[in-house]
Design a protein around this ligand. Structure first.
Ligand code: 4AD
Ligand code: MG
Length: 445
């Protein structure tokens, strides 16, 4: 029996006979030669079938095999710099081929398809090499994030998905009937993180979060994954210092570990390579002044109108893009108006109309990548704010308890995995960054 070898490990098996099990990705043939592009999950390799090297029935099978048929091929691994594939540079000289199942005519052809069609066929689309590359970058980013946090004294503490209280704006809650009680899908694990830091000091949760967001933007999903670190005794400066180390390290590690996939995606990584601490920091007020300056310097009336913003409003995507494009690296914007942020953010002493919040805006049009703040740790102030949410304050009793028993200043943030993946891979839309996107207009498959 020849060993079954992943395509990704061909480099270690040059000159040896191996078996690859997988699917036919694409095929080209001319006369006595058939070139099968075979994918096995670890990569894509060209498998060359020469008529004179195989039994006649094997050559016939190779000629008629259909796209996405499942198969096993056996042959000798050869190094050839011209051989296409991922990683490429190696091919298989086929001696034997067995077809496991001959696929029916495959809906996704090696040509351009509309994105609606591809999304309808997401269960098949995940096999495309572009999607394969993106989802491998995603998995690696998640692992790097966890490794970094685990290695820096953060404890993973899981937070519930079903909850009686809201964590963010109540207008984006998905409600559900929990044995007759009103419950909601988690918008964030943060409130529970705040309980957990009082036991563990530095924690993070990492799970799916839900927002009934009626927006159809390139950046919003109804179900997205968020990593949320929370730290006792942290203030806003500590938070930014930690975030810039964390984000820089995650990106630099991903560029190394997923170089092949990013090359395959033709991602120009020059801007990403420059992401090292420190990141610039500007206040919301300074950001508004910057927007005013950008508007003054543009002759484009459309841009002028898009970038108009009154003090007190949150940034939209055009504002975030314009602000971020004024800097080489990601930029922190801190001290947002209290009214446009969540109820738990600490008001600035002597200027309660702004709060001790900070968003990190990514360059290249990717916008808000993280959102975080110092949390109100004073019981009386928090009691006031909880009343404004519009959900039974009794559901927050446990959260208020944290301010009754040894409250401390603390801070944390959330990073949206899909936006990070889109940014690292250079994708125009978050729908490709998650295996099965859930958006206002997308529930199938
Ligand atoms: O700014 P957000 O809403 O902050 C929170 O949920 C805080 N509780 C986090 C914390 O402090 N622990 O969301 C944080 C990040 C955003 O910066 C963005 O990257 C991502 O989560 N995000 C979304 N990603 C995709 N689709 C959506 N609808 C998203 N909403 C937020
Ligand atoms: Mg936010």
């Amino acid at each position: 029996m020849t060993p079954i070898v992943p395509i990704a490990e061909f480099a270690n098996h040059v000159g040896q006979e191996v078996t690859v099990r997988g699917w036919l990705y694409n095929k080209t043939g001319k006369g006595r030669l058939q070139f099968l592009q075979v994918r096995d999950g670890s990569g894509i390799a060209q498998c060359v079938i020469f008529e004179k090297d195989v039994a006649p029935e094997v050559f016939e099978a190779a000629k008629s095999i259909t796209q996405e048929s499942s198969l096993a091929v056996t042959g000798v691994v050869r190094q050839d710099d011209r051989a296409p594939g991922v990683p490429g540079g190696y091919e298989l000289g086929v001696a034997a081929l067995s077809i496991i199942q001959t696929a029916e005519p495959y809906p996704i052809q090696p040509k351009e398809h509309g994105v609606e069609f591809l999304e309808d066929n997401r269960h098949l689309w995940v096999r495309s090499s572009r999607q394969w590359a993106i989802l491998r970058v995603r998995a690696t980013l998640i692992k790097i994030i966890r490794d970094w946090l685990d290695g820096h004294g953060y404890l993973l503490v899981d937070t519930p998905i079903i909850s009686a209280n809201a964590g963010e704006e109540s207008s984006t809650l998905f409600g559900l009937d929990f044995f007759g009680e009103q419950a909601y899908l988690a918008q964030t694990g943060q409130l529970y993180n705040e309980a957990n830091i009082m036991s563990f000091g530095k924690v993070y949760c990492f799970g799916p979060t839900f927002r009934a967001e009626k927006s159809k933007t390139r950046r919003h999903l109804a179900e997205f994954w968020m990593v949320e670190p929370e730290m006792a005794f942290f203030d806003l400066d500590d938070l930014m210092a930690m975030e810039e180390q964390f984000v820089s390290s995650v990106i630099q590690t991903a560029l190394t570990e997923r170089r092949v996939e990013l090359e395959y995606l033709e991602r120009d990584t020059s801007r990403l390579q420059k992401i090292t601490p420190p990141f610039p920091r500007i206040s919301y007020d300074e950001a508004l002044a910057l927007l005013a300056e950008i508007r003054e310097n543009t002759d484009d009336p459309e841009q002028k109108a898009l970038l108009a913003l009154e003090w007190g409003s949150d940034f939209g995507s055009p504002h975030e893009t314009a602000i971020a494009e004024s800097f080489e690296k990601p930029v922190f914007v801190y001290h947002y108006p209290t009214a446009c942020k969540a109820f738990y953010m600490t008001p600035v002493a002597g200027r309660p109309e702004v709060c001790r919040s900070v968003d990190l805006l990514a360059p290249e049009g990717y916008g808000e990548i993280t959102g975080g703040s110092e949390r109100i740790h004073d019981l009386a102030i928090l009691e006031e704010r909880v009343k404004e949410i519009g959900i039974d304050p009794a559901a927050y009793n446990w959260y208020l308890d944290l301010r009754r028993y040894g409250t401390v200043p603390h801070a944390g943030f959330g990073l949206g995995v899909e936006r990070l993946v889109a940014w690292v891979c250079g994708l125009p839309h978050v729908r490709e960054t998650v295996p099965y996107a859930r958006r206002m207009t997308r529930l199938y498959p």
